[in-house]
Design a protein around this ligand. Sequence first.
Ligand SMILES: Cc1cc2nc3c(=O)[nH]c(=O)nc-3n(C[C@H](O)[C@H](O)[C@H](O)COP(=O)(O)OP(=O)(O)OC[C@H]3O[C@@H](n4cnc5c(N)ncnc54)[C@H](O)[C@@H]3O)c2cc1C
Length: 394
Amino acid sequence: MIKNEHKKHYDITIVGGGLAGRLMLAVIINCGAFDEKKLCWINTDNENFRDVRVSFINYKNFIKMKKNILFNISSKDYSVIDKIELHNTNEKYPLKLHDLNNHGIIIRNDILKKNIKFSEKKVNIYKSKVISTRFDAFKRYLFLNDGTEIKSALVISADGNLSPLRELCKIKYFNNKLDHTIITGYLECKNFENSTAKQIFLKDNFIGLLPLKNEKNLINFVWSVDNKILNTNRIDYHNQIIQMLNKFFFKDKLIFNLPRSKEDKFKRVQTYPINVKFVNKPFKERIILIGDAAHTIHPLAGQGFNLSIEDCFDMVKCLKNAKFVGRDFGTLSLLKTYNNMRKTRKNFITLATTLIFYVFSKKNDQLNDIINFNIEKIEKTSLKDIFKFLAKGY
Ligand SMILES: Cc1cc2nc3c(=O)[nH]c(=O)nc-3n(C[C@H](O)[C@H](O)[C@H](O)COP(=O)(O)OP(=O)(O)OC[C@H]3O[C@@H](n4cnc5c(N)ncnc54)[C@H](O)[C@@H]3O)c2cc1C
């Protein structure tokens, strides 16, 4: 019989070299319960590409990562956020959320990725894209572009918002176009407190402002803009956002400028279309989706990767239980148990962020007044805790 050299057999295969795929592998390897030689990682990402966006990581998830993976990150590399301010058009004052510990941290994605460490020595890594898949009673098969065939008891797919594997496996999902575009980049602002993150809800524009610690006075912005505005005005993004922010924060004497940094990476802006994707059952025979493939949400509360961190830790709990009783990793009951663990929080965050998006994007002057009136009331009540819950992760 001719042995097919391109056929490889594994216990667990992880697809995707983004934040979710990398973290999943790091959590599995660092828990020490699995044979690394039986793990496979399909990572087609270019290691030289630097994603200079930033992520807000909530307190609980940051602690979990620090405890469980080789996450030897320097405090120089992240800002600790102990105050979140929510601003609205014509506000008297913002809703201020303080936290005795802190809400979480802000870190650049490239620094975060570099610090999600694990020993890659024994893991089998493939650099070619998955182009098709099938399954039988015992394995899922992945066919790569370079002709390799991978056989695995379980595939964990972190292949992003567009998730080719979700399509190939015909996993159903709701897709809701939000008719907004996300624009992200950097600005400079001198008096911006390093420990405060701000979210501003203007008409047709939502802006998240996230301070960086190690780069002087640099603020990352995540600007969600109505496509109607974007399409009719072909504008200089930096100029437009600076004008809006300087007008809004005139009362607080905050002045925003173009970044003076010589580094090109801080001068660029990136744009992303934004759809909400809700996957009720993110699994099929011997495959489970995690990360953006399983839930894509609006970034206004900075919770997309936070959900993925929780995915990784809950998945490893299920895998460890299966290993303990000697059960096959790809059984439907394991995938269902995992989904039951994840669904309350995934549903809550998807619903909360989508509701916030619609309330603020559809508001007229009257609704705006009602929002401001209630923000003043919320400021004095424990209802504030709902927002803290959103930000902090519990
Ligand atoms: C502007 C912006 C700001 C954000 N801010 C925050 C924040 O502050 N906090 C937060 O928690 N979240 C935030 N998010 C969300 C967060 O960035 C995402 O949730 C996270 O990056 C998703 O990671 P992922 O690994 O699931 O997907 P991706 O990063 O998209 O990775 C997908 C991977 O799959 C691979 N892949 C795709 N197809 C194939 C294939 N056929 N074969 C093999 N590999 C394949 C790709 O090469 C890639 O490596 C933000 C998002 C945006 C757009």
